[in-house]
Design a protein around this ligand. Structure first.
Ligand SMILES: NC(=O)c1ccc[n+]([C@@H]2O[C@H](COP(=O)([O-])OP(=O)(O)OC[C@H]3O[C@@H](n4cnc5c(N)ncnc54)[C@H](O)[C@@H]3O)[C@@H](O)[C@H]2O)c1
Ligand SMILES: O=c1ccn([C@@H]2O[C@H](COP(=O)(O)OP(=O)(O)O[C@H]3O[C@H](CO)[C@@H](O)[C@H](O)[C@H]3O)[C@@H](O)[C@H]2O)c(=O)[nH]1
Length: 443
């Protein structure tokens, strides 16, 4: 089938590549000429494990093309995906200017029936708004479908190729049939395509992200309580996660959720709810807890250094909002850096993929190291903000020989408490007992 994907960012590129991989002819459209040139020349524009191989194969075999020309891009497509940004507006609601702007433009370009698909995360009622924008100028029939995307960065290819479910919101039999054909190769038995109306599909996306964010904030509160009651959150997590009704996943406490989706989507659902005259109390708590959690390590660090970080130097492992991505949007590490600098400390950071992006934001306010061990040189303590695999099993001898003292503040609970205690580290993590708490105040 011939399809077009408008917006070739994270979701657009994964969507286009994966549809090409299942034999479709895909044209991706973007307004960013530089991005389109790079992609056309075989240079991938996002870091996503496993994507480059598929991208290059489909580009080479001619199933995947890129253009800035919307008219040419959609001309022959039966289905046109809109994978455009929906950033938070000033009041927290999703800003639909990109989606509705393109919809308005597409109305003028339609020459035959097409299915237009909202792939972006959009509030309830957007499919109707898109329909109206297109209809203002369209002279041929068309349908608008809501098909929210549930992929996670870092495992996006797997999530797209083997989705837990595909949600398709449409009230048109014609659109339903075409969408069913397109997704047929992706859904295995037990992982269904779920058809519903457009509004329910739109809400499903926000409900999924908000529920997952709620799970995380809930566990972060349990972790806070563990610290107060001298319990261990890892034990509690195992204890509750083995109940199928709760499930093992997304129960990991840490320094809060970040990324381009959870923070903006929880906020947008709260705003939609407000506008609908419903006070969604849980969401307010989820956001408040997350704000507090991002800086949960700071009081621990301050306490260890007797309330004064002036002149202290810290090594920071991890900048991306989670491992296997270079994405730093709403990354907790950025909040920690700001707080440390404000307290008069200095920072040398290392991240396998995200250093370039952070450098663009913070400039020379912090230093960047070539590798994780170089970051430790002369530091008073190591802070861990992202759970990259290479940080999980480090060479502890190298840590000891580079750090000034054996002190680690771990925002992702990477190390076994007993093992790290035996190595003589002062180690503080999230919701677990501190190891080797000094009895004397550190000068
Ligand atoms: N990133 C994720 O993991 C993820 C997962 C699921 C859903 N989503 C949702 O998908 C949507 C897109 O997110 P993203 O992360 O891919 O965004 P992104 O910012 O990475 O990419 C958006 C792309 O759209 C392009 N663009 C902007 N205006 C355009 C126009 N008028 N015509 C053509 N192209 C235009 C930009 O140049 C950019 O390349 C958002 O609604 C987001 O909430 C994102
Ligand atoms: O137990 C957990 C799991 C995750 N996180 C944090 O939660 C954030 C989001 O993680 P994840 O969901 O893996 O990343 P995203 O790529 O942002 O994916 C989410 O947002 C996407 C965009 O909407 C959706 O498509 C995905 O289904 C949804 O998982 C990150 O900061 C993680 O560190 C935790 O703190 N504890």
């Amino acid at each position: 089938m011939k399809i077009a994907v408008v917006g070739t960012g994270y979701v657009g590129l994964v969507t286009g590549t994966c549809f090409a991989e299942t034999g479709n002819e895909v044209i991706c459209v973007d307004i960013d000429q530089k991005k389109v040139d790079k992609l056309t020349n075989g240079e991938i524009t996002i870091y996503e494990p496993g994507l480059e191989k598929l991208f290059l194969r489909n580009l080479k075999e001619g199933r995947l093309k890129f253009t800035t020309d919307l008219a040419a891009g959609i001309e022959e497509a039966k289905i046109v995906f809109l994978a455009l940004p929906t950033p938070p507006g000033e009041d927290g609601s999703a800003d639909l200017k990109y989606v509705l702007g393109v919809a308005d433009h597409i109305g003028r370009l339609l020459t035959d029936y097409k299915v237009l698909v909202d792939k972006s995360t959009v509030p309830v009622g957007t499919a109707e708004k898109v329909y109206e924008s297109v209809a203002r100028n369209a002279k041929v029939p068309f349908d608008v479908v809501s098909n929210p995307e549930f992929l996670r960065e870092g495992v996006a290819v797997d999530d797209f190729m083997k989705p837990d479910r595909v949600v398709i919101g449409t009230s048109s039999d014609r659109a339903r049939k075409l969408m069913g054909e397109l997704y047929a190769p992706f859904v295995r038995s037990g992982n269904p395509v779920i058809y519903m109306d457009e509004r329910s599909a739109e809400l499903t996306k926000y409900a999924a992200n908000s529920f997952l964010a709620t799970k995380i904030s809930f566990m972060n509160e349990i972790a806070q309580l563990c610290e107060k009651l001298d319990a261990d959150v890892d034990m509690v997590r195992l204890g509750i996660g083995s109940d199928d009704r709760i499930g093992k996943r997304f129960l990991f406490p840490g320094i809060g959720y970040g990324g381009s989706c959870f923070p903006k989507d929880v906020q947008a659902l709260a705003k939609s709810s407000d506008e609908a005259g419903y006070d969604f109390r849980i969401l307010d708590a989820v956001m408040q807890v997350n704000e507090i959690q991002k800086l949960h390590l700071l009081p621990k660090i301050l306490r260890y250094f007797s309330g004064n970080l002036q002149g202290r130097h810290f090594a920071l492992w991890g900048l991306a909002f989670k491992p296997n991505t270079d994405d730093i949007r709403e990354a907790p590490a950025l909040y920690i850096i700001d707080a440390l600098l404000e307290a008069g400390a200095t920072v040398t950071a290392f991240d396998p993929e995200a250093m370039k992006n952070v450098q663009q934001v913070v400039g020379d306010k912090i230093k960047f190291a070539e590798n994780q061990y170089e970051a430790l040189k002369g530091a008073d303590a190591l802070i861990i903000a992202t759970e990259w695999n290479e940080f999980r099993t480090p060479d502890f001898l190298k840590i000891v020989s580079n750090l000034k003292k054996k002190v680690i503040f771990d925002g992702r609970n990477l190390f076994d408490i007993r093992a790290i205690g035996e190595l003589g580290f002062h180690y503080e993590s999230i919701g677990r007992r501190p190891v080797n708490q000094p009895t004397a105040v550190i000068a």
